[in-house]
Ligand binder design. Structure first.
Ligand code: ATP
Ligand code: FE
Length: 347
């Protein structure tokens, strides 16, 4: 099998070619960070336009890098949701055009399934396993039982961690994206100087909350400014360290509970926040304590990309899934259809 994957649900336009054996022949990602930089967030209208302008070129480049033509493909997989609807529609229409033109089967993929199945592409692990998806828009625990079987154990009831990192960076006038800036500051700081709250840790279950942490950081900043007439370098570093340590503490404790509730052989992470070394180390320790393997795919496959969409398409295809020209773009699409609609999914 050779699949073309297409992804355009947020602010990355991506195309990739992946084989049935899990070989990534090409993976092209065109980001839009600079286009949205002045607006403090992704502007859906700008994103949709950029996807429309770039999709064809990304697909061409993915084919070129893989040294393949459309006639070499077995099928086209595309993100059909959840995400910003203009972008998802642009991707779905491109995929339909290619599938119809080249006479190829079409497979619609849930973006979150793409993230959740990535450890099978990178490490070939078997089912079941636990996936912690932590990004700028999502935060949830999924028990992955099959290519199309996901059980949501819990997730954020408000902000996503990446979003919280970005907001903290904004509060402290650090560059965006906030995660890497906060991590760099935190490395030089003292995590024990300030004590930030860890919401919902006193409650059972795997749900998480991060907005209180963000508000506490804001109050602390304002108090320091009021007392000292400004923020010193060390204050900023200590605040970042305290924030990161609270974040790692929450994610680690909830992962411990998720593994206790669903004892599986492996804990995997995906999403941009999984790049954070402190968070990674904390999760690795939790997995080790539970006797589980810890899997963190390389960062380029943790953040949005089309290789994961091609792969999730292959997995669905093998289960017999095919979509027609009526494949719809869905702004919301919970992975676990049995669960209540996701709060704070960010999409
Ligand atoms: P989604 O994948 O849910 O559509 P997204 O595109 O915003 O959302 P990603 O690209 O997976 O998410 O991740 C981006 C987020 O990861 C940003 O919020 C960024 O601040 C955060 N991030 C990146 N590196 C780090 C880091 N080292 N520490 C903490 N957070 C980080
Ligand atoms: Fe994503």
């Amino acid at each position: 099998l050779i699949f073309l994957g297409i992804e355009s649900s947020c602010d990355d336009t991506a195309a990739a070619i992946v084989t049935g054996e899990g070989r990534i022949l090409s993976s092209v990602v065109a980001g839009q960070t600079e286009m949205h930089a002045d607006f403090g967030g992704v502007v859906p209208e700008i994103a949709a336009r950029a996807h429309t302008e770039r999709l064809d070129h990304c697909v061409e480049q993915a084919l070129q890098e893989a040294r393949l033509g459309l006639s070499d493909l077995s099928a086209v997989a595309v993100t059909a949701g959840p995400g910003l609807i203009g972008g998802v529609m642009a991707g779905v229409m491109t995929a339909k055009g290619i599938a119809a033109g080249a006479g190829l089967p079409l497979v619609g993929v849930n973006h979150l399934a793409g993230h959740a199945l990535t450890p099978r592409l990178t490490d070939g692990i078997g089912f079941p396993y636990l996936m912690l998806l932590v990004s700028g828009g999502h935060c949830q625990f999924l028990r992955v039982d099959g290519p199309q079987e996901f059980h949501r154990l819990g997730g954020t009831i408000d902000d996503a961690p990446g979003e919280a990192f970005d907001k903290l960076a904004k509060l402290l006038a650090l560059p965006q994206p906030g995660g890497p800036s906060v991590e760099a500051e935190a490395r030089l700081g003292d995590g024990d100087r300030f004590d930030l709250p860890r919401p919902l840790l006193d409650r059972p279950g795997c749900d998480m909350s991060f907005s209180g942490l963000k508000t506490a950081a804001l109050r602390l900043r304002d108090r320091l400014i009021a007392e000292q007439g400004g923020l010193r370098q060390a204050d900023r570093q200590d605040l970042c360290a305290a924030f990161q340590s609270a974040m790692a503490g929450i994610l680690a404790e909830k992962s411990r509970r998720a593994l206790a509730a669903s004892p599986v052989p492996a804990l995997a992470v995906a999403g941009g926040v999984a790049a954070n070394q402190t968070i990674r180390a904390a999760l690795q320790q939790v997995a080790a304590e539970a006797g589980a393997t810890f899997l963190a795919p390389p960062l380029r496959l943790c953040t949005d990309n089309a290789a994961m969409i091609a792969w999730a398409g292959i997995e669905r295809y093998r289960e017999g899934a095919r979509d027609g020209m009526d494949l719809a773009a869905r702004p919301r699409w919970p992975l676990d259809q049995s669960a209540a609609p996701m709060l704070g999914s960010g999409k």
